[in-house]
Design a protein around this ligand. Structure first.
Ligand SMILES: *[C@@H]1O[C@H](CO)[C@@H](O)[C@H](O)[C@H]1NC(C)=O
Ligand SMILES: *[C@@H]1O[C@H](CO)[C@@H](O)[C@H](O)[C@H]1NC(C)=O
Ligand SMILES: *[C@@H]1O[C@H](CO)[C@@H](O)[C@H](O)[C@H]1NC(C)=O
Ligand SMILES: *[C@@H]1O[C@H](CO)[C@@H](O)[C@H](O)[C@H]1NC(C)=O
Ligand SMILES: *[C@@H]1O[C@H](CO)[C@@H](O)[C@H](O)[C@H]1NC(C)=O
Ligand SMILES: *[C@@H]1O[C@H](CO)[C@@H](O)[C@H](O)[C@H]1NC(C)=O
Ligand SMILES: *[C@@H]1O[C@H](CO)[C@@H](O)[C@H](O)[C@H]1NC(C)=O
Ligand SMILES: *[C@@H]1O[C@H](CO)[C@@H](O)[C@H](O)[C@H]1NC(C)=O
Ligand SMILES: *[C@@H]1O[C@H](CO)[C@@H](O)[C@H](O)[C@H]1NC(C)=O
Ligand SMILES: CC(=O)N[C@H]1CO[C@H](CO)[C@@H](O)[C@@H]1O
Length: 374
């Protein structure tokens, strides 16, 4: 294969970047500094740049580092210990489609960082150290459909933090420290959003404004938070919801009034395992007429109440998933204070519930995600 080695020399004579060009791709090693001067005149016909920190030193990228990179489709810069992204680092690259910036140390991005990138579809900023996003960071990205901000240290997102993204359909905010969120205030086009990942944050309450205007949302993952309250009518805002994950929270009660009176016509999969639930009201499933599968285990169900739930599942042909480990007797599936008790009375018994939950804390059961996809 035709190979050409380029050594880019800075004005003061130091070789700062060791890059190899292979046909229309550039691969860089031991790079600690990237600027417009370094790539100046070398980006014609280049559609791919990969910079990975084999130098193990922080990488600085300056404004317009990739200018004239009109053929660039993909930029990948991972594991580089990049600390900051300056204004206009990525702009006017009309063919750029994917930007991979994960596994760096990015803690701040000065707006506008991503500007006028008309073909850009995805930005991966996961596994960095972002604790906030400045307003105006993203500007004129008409085609951006996926933004990954997972595994950062975000505690909240300010109003309009993700403004100006008219085509954003998939947003990953999981594995941060978000305590509260009102999605429609952050996004300029909440109606476009189809997939929202918020699992593994520190949410405690889901208010009925939290999901406002997310009228086309199909998948919502709220698992592994500390949610104890979901306000009535919260899901009135998300009539198209198909998958709802509430696994590993602290819900003691879900009445059914969280869902719209007219029903959730598209909700097929509901995960409510590993909460503090002891019963579900008999009307609970009425508003969920399309339900095909649920997860239930790891809740301190009252045995007679769980019996009632199983009857409803059988009658409506709803499958229970991810229960195998429990059904083989590894863990208790329900509680009862008195074996004579055969009727579900819909009252919460905090002492019994606490006992069951403590048992779980002492004997945790780890079910690999792959074993339990519904
Ligand atoms: C980058 O580093 C790896 C391993 O040290 C080496 O095999 C490769 O040839 C280097 N590439 C360049 C462009 O220097
Ligand atoms: C980039 O290269 C062109 C010609 O190769 C030169 O005229 C121009 O001054 C360079 N720009 C910078 C910022 O170095
Ligand atoms: C790069 O683009 C600038 C305008 O942004 C232009 O002045 C310059 O000549 C271009 N350099 C090359 C090498 O094409
Ligand atoms: C956006 O980028 C294109 C090149 O891709 C350029 O022609 C145009 O002037 C830029 N628009 C603005 C507002 O800077
Ligand atoms: C979005 O990208 C498509 C092709 O990928 C392009 O045809 C279209 O013009 C882009 N949209 C905008 C608003 O730039
Ligand atoms: C928005 O993104 C979708 C892919 O998610 C794409 O098919 C569509 O062309 C984009 N729309 C616009 C207006 O850029
Ligand atoms: C949640 O995050 C914690 C630390 O931030 C991690 O230890 C744990 O594995 C994560 N859980 C999931 C389900 O991602
Ligand atoms: C949930 O709240 C408890 C205290 O009530 C706290 O110890 C724990 O760290 C919280 N977990 C998450 C994921 O926020
Ligand atoms: C957002 O939702 C509110 C309340 O549901 C509604 O009044 C408003 O018209 C909606 N906004 C848009 C842009 O759809
Ligand atoms: C590809 C590569 O060499 N990445 C390295 C970047 O720096 C970290 C921390 O020093 C290393 O663990 C990675 O191996």
């Amino acid at each position: 294969m035709w190979l050409q080695i380029l050594f880019f020399v800075l004005l003061h004579g130091k070789i700062s970047c060791d890059c190899i060009k292979k046909i229309n791709k550039i691969f860089c090693n031991e790079t600690t500094f990237v600027s417009g001067d370094i790539f100046n005149g070398t980006l014609d016909n280049i559609n791919y740049i990969e910079i990975i920190n084999r130098s193990r030193k922080p990488l600085t990228i300056t404004k317009d580092s990739f200018k004239n990179g009109t053929d660039l489709k993909t930029i990948l810069m991972k594991e580089n210990k990049i600390r900051k992204l300056y204004a206009y680092t990525f702009r006017d690259l009309r063919n750029l489609e994917s930007l991979y910036l994960y596994l760096n140390d990015i803690s701040d991005m000065y707006p506008p960082t991503f500007v006028n990138l008309s073909s850009l579809k995805t930005i991966y900023l996961n596994e960095n150290k972002l604790s906030f996003i400045r307003e105006g960071t993203f500007e004129d990205l008409p085609n951006l459909s996926q933004l990954d901000l997972s595994h950062n240290q975000l505690t909240e997102l300010g109003d309009k933090a993700l403004n100006n993204l008219p085509n954003l359909t998939k947003l990953k905010l999981n594995n941060n420290k978000i305590r509260a969120i009102f999605v429609h205030k952050i996004l300029s086009h909440p109606k476009k959003l189809k997939i929202l990942w918020l699992h593994n944050n520190t949410l405690t309450v889901l208010s009925n404004f939290a999901l406002e205007n997310l009228s086309n949302l199909k998948i919502l993952n709220l698992g592994f938070n500390n949610i104890s309250t979901i306000e009535e009518g919260t899901f009135n805002q998300t009539p198209q919801l198909n998958v709802l994950v509430l696994t590993h929270n602290k819900l003691k009660e879900i009445s059914g009034n969280e869902f719209p009176r007219r029903g959730m016509d598209f909700l097929e999969r509901l995960y409510i395992d590993h909460n503090y639930l002891m019963y579900l009201q008999s009307k609970f499933f009425i508003r969920l007429s399309s339900l095909k599968s649920v997860t239930l285990m790891g809740n301190p169900w009252f045995c007679p109440c769980l019996e009632d739930i199983y009857k409803t599942l059988r009658d409506n042909d709803i499958k229970e998933k991810c229960q195998q480990r429990y059904m083989t007797g590894e863990r208790p599936i329900c509680v009862n204070d008195n074996v004579e008790n055969k009727v579900c009375t819909f009252h919460y018994d905090p002492i019994l519930s606490r006992k069951y939950i403590n048992y779980f804390i002492h004997f945790p059961i780890v079910i690999p995600i792959s074993e339990c996809l519904i």
